[in-house]
Design a protein around this ligand. Structure first.
Ligand code: ACO
Length: 328
């Protein structure tokens, strides 16, 4: 094998908690309705972690499914990156729990905190570490249990989120067949952050401030406006970096926050709505898990195939945002 030039995706997996919570279930608990939630967000149901289900347990299940899909064993993995804003513990990193459960101790394992953009941050970091030779193969996982940081009496936020995990296996790509020459792999990635908007989307607790876990707080309308502007701009950057046109993209796998954000962003870029993978109706917003979860759903149902050009994109608290263009 020659020197690595980036990395490629070998397989994917995902995991969802057993319990489904529908909009009708929520309407029985708080002052909301199925009509309001569907019209404003596209969400019809979400999965909620039960007793014994945690961010790590969902991550482990998704990782095992991704390894099986790639035809690999845990010993083949030298790097595990878990994107999460809802770790099992403040420390150690959830990634080390996943590593131990899989039985591939000794490699590199750490968490990335970029909230809903976490999978993009984790993918780009793992791609760089594989390119520089830190490991040959990586598990990149987005896993969350947002149900545990929601204020279940705040109808403006609690209807929007769900729990789950998604994972991909990445392998250092061969210089003889780089993505730039038509081979499989990451073609271009861009990440951004702007801490000025902290108060629009944050958790009002933490170990160093309140010594509590805290609850999610959001000014939804403002977040919506920033999301459309930031996502359109980062997508344009990645399309330009990769030297492709919007028409060349086979599939967009966006962060699943809100069907209206997906529609508005696609319209701005002139991407056909049927190229957008949508799972927000079933999963709601699973933060860092949403992109790999949606990717796995669309690979397993046969929509995303080998050779397809796939755009991943997300924006979340911070604000943080990013996009990656990958040939499968
Ligand atoms: N059920 C019924 N009524 C509700 C609910 C609810 N669950 N929540 C709010 N309302 C009411 C409000 O109280 C308000 O009533 P009022 O007019 O009497 O004051 C009315 O509905 C309108 O509220 P808005 O907040 O203005 O509604 P909006 O149309 O902006 O939709 C929403 C809210 C869905 C949150 C939207 O702003 C949004 O999707 N924003 C994006 C935020 C997001 O998705 N964040 C996810 C994390 S960030 C990311 O992933 C990109």
């Amino acid at each position: 094998m020659g020197q690595a030039t980036g990395s490629r995706i070998l397989g994917s997996g995902s995991a969802l908690p057993a319990r489904v919570l529908t909009n009708a279930d929520l309407a029985a608990q708080i002052d909301t309705s199925d009509e309001w939630i569907v019209e404003r967000t596209g969400i019809r149901q979400r999965y909620i972690a039960g007793e014994g289900e945690t961010t790590a347990s969902l991550a482990i299940e998704a990782a095992k499914a991704a390894l099986a899909d790639a035809g690999l064993e845990a010993k083949d993995i030298g790097l595990i990156v878990v994107a999460t804003a809802t770790p099992d513990n403040t420390f150690p990193a959830t990634a080390t729990k996943v590593q131990h459960a899989l039985g591939c101790n000794g490699g590199v394992a750490f968490d990335v905190a970029a909230v809903c953009s976490g999978f993009l941050y984790a993918l780009t970091t793992a791609d760089s570490l594989l390119t520089t030779g830190t490991a040959k193969r990586a598990l990149v996982i987005g896993a969350e249990t947002f149900s545990r940081i929601l204020d279940w009496e705040d109808r403006t936020t609690c209807v929007l989120f769900g729990d789950g995990a998604g994972a991909v296996v990445l392998e250092a790509a061969d210089a003889a067949n780089p993505a730039s020459a038509g081979g499989p792999g990451v073609l271009a990635s861009r990440l951004h952050a702007d801490g000025a908007n902290h108060d629009l989307l944050y958790v009002d607790g933490g170990p160093s401030t309140t010594q509590t876990v805290g609850h999610l707080r959001m000014k939804g309308r403002e977040v919506f406006r920033h999301a459309v502007v930031n996502l359109s701009s980062v997508l344009k950057e990645v399309i330009e970096d990769a030297g492709v046109s919007a028409d060349d993209i086979d599939w967009v796998v966006p962060h699943q926050a809100n069907a209206r954000i997906l529609d508005a962003t696609a319209k701005k870029l002139g991407i056909a709505p049927e190229k957008i993978i949508v799972t927000v109706d079933k999963h709601a917003n699973t933060s860092a898990a949403s992109v790999p979860l949606a990717f796995d759903v669309a690979r397993r149902d046969g929509r995303i195939k080998s050779g397809d050009l796939v755009m991943f994109e997300a924006m979340g608290g911070g604000f943080t945002w990013g996009a990656s263009l990958v040939r499968i």
